[in-house]
Design a protein around this ligand. Sequence first.
Ligand code: PMP
Length: 384
Amino acid sequence: MSTIPSNLPLRNDLIGEEPYGAPQLDVPVCLNVNENPYAPDPAVCDTIAKRVREIAPTLNRYPDREHIELRKAFSDYLARESGTRLDVDELWGANGSNEIMLQLFQAFGGPGRTALGADPTYSMYPEYARDTFTGWKLAHRNPDFTLNVEKVIEAINEVKPSMVLLTSPNNPTGTPLPMEDIERILAACETAEVAGAGEGVHPILVIDEAYVEFRKPGTPSAVSLIKDHPNLAVSRTMSKAFAFAGARVGYLAANKGIIDCVRIVRMPYHLSAVTQAAALAAFEHTDEQLSRVEHLRETREATAAWLKQQTYKGQPLEVAESGSNFLLFGGHFDKRDAIFDELLKRGVLIRVVGPDGWLRVCMGTDEEMETFRNALAEVLRIVE
Ligand code: PMP
């Protein structure tokens, strides 16, 4: 039920819309928004407090609008994480990769423009499209949730989008996106037209790598393609593997041209001095912040194996292949809301998201996963 008074001049296209977001409930086991369940070590907390204390006397002044120190830290981090060294002017930060995405839509979308995604995919993309008056079109994935590259390329040529958005690995399915697929789609973008734009203008390809640190070790990141592809933008975040969701820091890696386009639409001083100091402090402790990633990967593999052994109405559960810190499972849950509710009654919050018949769970601590397994085993027996 909308609580918005009807005498307010809300934009016509927003009338009846609801604020979007996963339920934030106070329950013992929260496995619903793909966070890293491990809190920062006390040493990290101390550095954050120290660095914020150091800049506190400057808080009467606006922060560095260009957040140069932080962009250097993104460069160092990516060099270490993906093996690619980017320049400061090939990097850009914002309040979560949510804001990065919105800025990309503001710069490259707009009236008369269309963005293309591949569903099922991250549910915020259509919201950014709506908020920037950008059209939103989809090329459907294969039944196993891998990308149907031919269909995506066909859609690029048909829709003539200004932006193509692919999630690597995908959310909510967890599906890895092979580099060959990215390269083929990138090649298609590099010659495709953009509806309503002049000759020689081509779509940008946005790869959303929010969960990429959870990929199979040794596999490359799309960041490695940036130097050779001026139409490629890779979005990253400190919210997931880096265990820093509360600080709200995301970043964009792309050719300087794309970064300069985004700089046109950013709010002045969009990244507070406190955010910048906290993020720099966390980067001083990159090893500690990432120390649980390997364990979370193992938890994912063990949980996937366990889920496949469970049955619902006599049929084993399906589990989508995941390169992320969450699993989409079920496949034939005819009452997924009831399963969700029963888990919640047992103190376990997961997410009803993705295609009918499936549920998503993100990896928690060992204790949380044990509670999840016990609760689910019981629920699968009682939901008829
Ligand atoms: N992209 C994807 C695919 C996500 O799942 C999320 C968070 N759920 C985000 C971007 C945004 O994350 P953040 O704003 O915390 O960086």
